[in-house]
Design a protein around this ligand. Structure first.
Ligand SMILES: Cc1ncc(COP(=O)(O)O)c(C=O)c1O
Length: 341
């Protein structure tokens, strides 16, 4: 058992011996020539799962999001997303740098906005002063929203608005599988609603790297070109794709264990006087706001002394992310620590 209980992110997981074994046995080739069997298998399986025509294996979620937006938007266009969106906050200004597009930020509820908000923020195309609204980007689950899930019916309503105005929809599904497991939805439910979807294999699913961008054959052909341009064309990447295939096979259903632990952790934290409030917990993320003048740094220091790591997501906010490397024993020890702080 590792001494440190690391809840900074679900990206800190280490591949298990079984995953490493699957990687070792991968049949690989040069994927820039389209000759890596394992990458091809992962792309075909991903596309099938979501009911999309094609998929592209990318090294990171940032790249698959940025390409996903770039296939829809060009300089002078506008992207609508929430003010908490990862594509806006944490991708290095990539929407401006890669697509030359401006961003219209919506103030949603923990990162989720409504079809009415979208409708109100679409620019008229017959006024040459205005950027063209070209893409609506949704994040599910919402990282900064405490891992909350979207209501599928609201996404359907947004789809109808976008269809009326010929606007594309992109999904940042870095943690989409957490949402599917929590809400009992299928990948196809989302596949039919979005033009492009980015799903990460390296978050809750535990692979060391890799994301899939899903879409139509035409969009993925365009995406292929952008991936090369961004330097994301990899060679024997089947070793990584094998980890992704293993993750899809073995690590999806078990996400419910992470969700159950996150709920227990939230209940323990709620009982502590230093916690002012907690965002509703639906999946594997717990975000707390600290009481009085207690700063995130001071509590993080105290936790660190007890071998627990978490991350600050604001001056008085702390984020805990439960993942597959938190064993039951570690979780019990975590609960004891929370009670003793
Ligand atoms: C919601 C969300 N989208 C996208 C990403 C980007 O993924 P990557 O770190 O693989 O670039 C992250 C990373 O944590 C994320 O939380």
């Amino acid at each position: 058992m590792s001494e440190v209980i690391d809840l900074r992110s679900d990206t800190v997981t280490q591949p298990t011996p079984a995953m490493l074994q699957a990687m070792l046995q991968a049949r690989v080739g040069d994927d820039v020539y389209g000759e890596d069997e394992t990458v091809n298998e992962l792309q075909e399986q991903g596309a099938r799962l979501f009911g999309k025509e094609a998929a592209l294996f990318c090294p990171t979620g940032t790249m698959s999001n940025q390409i996903g937006i770039k296939v829809h938007a060009q300089p002078g266009d506008e992207v609508i997303c929430d003010e908490l969106a990862h594509v806006y906050l944490f991708e290095g200004g990539g929407i401006a740098a890669n697509s030359g597009a401006s961003v219209r930020l919506l103030h949603g509820r923990n990162g989720r906005f409504t079809a009415d908000q979208v409708r109100e923020n679409i620019n008229r195309r017959d006024d040459s002063h205005l950027p063209w609204t070209r893409v609506v980007a949704i994040e599910n689950t919402v990282n900064k929203g405490g891992g909350c899930c979207w209501d599928l019916r609201e996404i359907e309503r947004i789809r109808r608005v976008c269809d009326e105005h010929s606007i594309a929809m992109h999904l940042d599904g870095a943690r989409l599988f957490n949402a599917l497991v929590a809400k009992g939805e299928s990948a196809g439910d989302h596949g039919r609603l979005f033009d492009t979807i980015s799903v990460c294999l390296s978050k809750g699913l535990g692979a060391p790297a890799g994301s899939l961008l899903l879409g139509s054959k035409q969009l993925i052909a365009k995406a292929h070109r952008h991936r090369k341009l961004m330097g994301g064309g990899m060679r024997q990447s089947g070793y990584l794709a094998a980890a992704g295939l293993f993750a899809l096979r073995n690590n999806v259903d078990r996400l419910k264990e992470d969700h159950a632990k996150a709920k227990v952790l939230a209940a323990e934290l709620r009982a502590r006087p230093f916690v002012a409030d907690i965002l509703p917990v639906e999946t594997n993320i717990v975000i707390i706001r600290l009481a009085d003048d207690l700063t995130a740094e001071s509590l993080l220091d105290r936790l660190r002394c007890q071998q627990v790591r978490a991350s600050s997501s604001g001056r008085q906010q702390i984020r805990f992310v439960v993942h597959l490397d938190i064993s039951d024993d570690q979780f019990e020890s975590l609960v004891r620590t929370v009670r003793s702080v």
